[in-house]
Design a protein around this ligand. Sequence first.
Ligand code: SF4
Ligand code: SF4
Length: 145
Amino acid sequence: MARILIRFSEEQVSEPIASQIIIEYKVPMAILSAHINSKGGEILAEVPDAILEKVVNAFRQRGVSVSVPKLIEVDSDKCFSCGSCIALCPVEAISLAKDSTVEFDKEKCVGSTCSVCVDACPARAIKSIKQNGADYSAKDKVKKS
Ligand code: SF4
Ligand code: SF4
């Protein structure tokens, strides 16, 4: 499964764009988190790798911003449990375990569209990694069909 971050504008949020795409492409889309109100918002979702490009293009053809964020990976050998990343994470995806090791909740993390923890870590223990080699960050990847 690949993770995508879908951003809806104020104009798009009242339209059934996501449900139209799910039906049209028969996409088994898993919604991991959603932060939406009448002003717009974003959905973090997972779609099968095989139809990732099709789904990304379908949203973009409808004018919706979609990114395929890199995932966050922690090198536990470098981490010294300072807690800096925990305090900064906007979605509470990082916590301290009972044994004082840092735990990342990958279901909550929005990946490289945030990267606050990557920049904040004094030990350089956190890095961004590409999802399955995917790179749909550039708008010129949109294909018309
Ligand atoms: S990338 Fe952002 S959302 Fe993900 S764990 Fe780091 S601070 Fe939290
Ligand atoms: S900021 Fe870095 S060193 Fe500090 S707890 Fe987070 S991963 Fe560990």
